[in-house]
Design a protein around this ligand. Structure first.
Ligand code: ZN
Length: 138
């Protein structure tokens, strides 16, 4: 039986670097070099000062669950349903859309602390996901 894989996101000039960071295990956040504003998803210009100069920081991976939705349909190959799709307020201050894993749908709650785990597909493709934060609260 053929193994089906997750569809790959489009990777272009503006966001290819971000996926390269993920491939190396890091959750990157783009930062304006002029005014230091963080932004995600990556795009060429700063929304605050319109500068095209940017670099990036590596996020701690800590965050708080801002919102979520549980997806049952439509089901695409390469995903395990139901999917818990979440909006995370990263500790650094930007928001990030991701998937919550290692958590039953009934246990999801607004404001829960979450931490990033780098998910790796069987074909080696890596993408940041989140799970309930473990250990003592900081
Ligand atoms: Zn700026």
């Amino acid at each position: 039986m053929a193994q089906s894989f997750r569809m790959k996101p489009p990777m272009g000039e503006d966001n290819g670097w971000w996926w390269q960071e993920a491939a190396e295990g890091r959750l990157a956040i783009q930062r304006c070099k002029q005014c230091q504003t963080l932004r995600h998803p990556p795009h060429p210009a700063c929304g605050e000062c319109h500068s095209f100069d940017w670099d990036h920081i590596t996020a701690s991976g800590r965050g708080t669950l801002c919102s979520f939705t549980i997806l049952h349909h439509p089901q695409f190959p390469g995903f395990d349903y139901p999917l818990i799709i979440i909006l995370v307020d990263l500790a650094e201050g930007t928001r990030f859309t991701s998937q919550l894993i290692n958590c039953a749908p009934a246990d999801v709650s607004f404001g829960m602390p979450v931490q990033m785990v780098m998910h790796e597909d069987p074909d080696g493709f890596r993408l940041p996901m989140f799970q309930p934060a473990t250990g003592a609260a900081a």
